[in-house]
Design a protein around this ligand. Structure first.
Ligand SMILES: [Zn+2]
Length: 397
């Protein structure tokens, strides 16, 4: 399941229709949530999906909620389905059935939420027309900027309005583009701090200028906002500018990640990345730069593209001290403070760039894992493979 997002350009009339649909979906969601919370508070059993759906039908017959009939019934049903999913995730998280970060109970939606969304599933007959417009029930034929091709017929579309007042269509597609022809090369990637990424062949990748420029602008408008008086008109305007700049940075970053990950996956049969376990870094001073660089988003792109195109992708355990071990002779040379960018191995005399050396070690570790996984012939283990040191961290190591 893949998501493909495109910018939408609704006409003023369509914007009004969308605003109405966002509002109705929100009310349906909130009504059902309030009903379930009330049942819970008075010790009654959980209200089933069917009961919530019946309550919606009954509400539409009342004068207070009659206006819900102005929007597509399927959009309202979808709002209920979203709430049901939110509850299911919450229950599964509580019982431990769902792994990962804890999921809280569903929360009320607000018209002030920075993201407004409605979903159309295939059976509600949204349709991509021959003229490139997107037909949405009770909204109209909306203009789309097709920045890339949809690889297959989508199964659903979510229409989103973000804080910068832009509209997007996010399609869900079950796509099987199939494997690429086999490539010779393999690649180890060190996600550096000085550079966005360093490859074992010595390539150092920095964020492109358009992204750095967008980030600079974001900082400037954020500073402007902090200087504006609370509750003032100017502050409201500054807030919209910040939201726009944020969106701009996010777009530029996603674009950069897409291009880079596609290039790396195309050229290499296997790609190995150090597992940063970004969450483990969350409270360190490295955290900010980790989040700014958006590594985890980039690494997940590498991962899904590898799966898509039949490439091998591996994360190398985060406790392997890849920056301490000489990639030439395998001797562990001891911890190096962050400011040490280059060093010479005391054993074999090889001179290393810190990040390229780490990338080379990641490549060696990845190759070993890959061979093991295939049950193939394994070379004698490198020193780096045994040097497991709990608590060491990339960068601080
Ligand atoms: Zn050495």
């Amino acid at each position: 399941m893949l998501r493909y997002s495109y910018r939408l350009y609704p006409t003023p009339d369509q914007q009004i229709a969308l605003a109405r649909a966002f509002g109705c979906a929100r009310v349906v969601f909130n009504d059902a949530l309030a009903m379930r919370q009330a049942a819970h508070a008075s010790g009654k059993p959980y209200i089933t999906d069917a009961q919530a759906s019946a309550a919606l039908t009954a509400a539409k017959a009342t004068p207070e909620r009659a206006w819900l009939s102005e929007v597509s019934a399927a959009v309202l049903q979808q709002a209920l389905a979203d709430l049901n999913t939110a509850y299911r995730n919450f229950f599964d998280s509580m019982t431990g059935k769902r792994k990962g970060r804890k999921v809280g109970p569903p929360r009320f939606r607000s018209r002030k939420d920075s993201r407004q969304a409605i979903r159309f599933t295939a059976n509600t007959r949204f349709k991509v027309l021959a003229n490139g417009r997107l037909r949405l029930l009770k909204i109209g034929d909306v203009e789309v900027r097709w920045s890339r091709d949809l690889p297959a017929v989508p199964s659903s579309v979510t229409v989103i309005k973000d804080a910068a007042e832009r509209y997007f269509a996010s399609f869900v597609v079950r796509a099987e583009p199939g494997p690429l022809p086999e490539a010779e090369a393999e690649c180890g990637i060190d996600l550096g701090l000085g550079h966005f990424a360093v490859l074992d062949d010595g390539t150092k990748i920095t964020a492109p200028r358009f992204l750095r420029r967008a980030e600079k602008k974001l900082k400037r408008v954020q500073r402007d906002l902090s200087r504006k008086e609370k509750g003032s008109n100017r502050r409201d305007k500054a807030r919209v500018r910040v939201a726009r700049a944020h969106a701009h940075v996010a777009d530029a970053r996603r674009d950069f990640h897409h291009k880079l990950s596609t290039a790396i996956i195309r050229e290499n049969q296997a790609v190995y990345v150090e597992d940063l376990a970004v969450k483990g870094l969350a409270r360190t001073r490295l955290a900010k730069s980790v989040h700014d660089a958006g590594w985890s988003a980039f690494v997940s792109m590498l991962e899904y593209k590898a799966r898509l195109y039949g490439r091998d992708f591996r994360r190398i355990g985060r406790y392997e001290p890849t920056s301490q071990v000489c990639s030439a002779c395998g001797v562990k040379d001891g911890p190096k403070p962050l400011h040490v960018r280059a060093w010479q191995c005391k054993e074999c005399g090889a001179v290393h760039d810190r990040d390229v050396n780490a990338a080379t070690n990641i490549l060696a570790l990845g190759r070993r894992e890959r061979l093991n996984a295939r049950g193939g012939q394994v070379r004698p283990p490198l020193a780096v493979a045994q040097a497991v040191e709990a608590g060491s961290r990339r960068g601080a190591a």
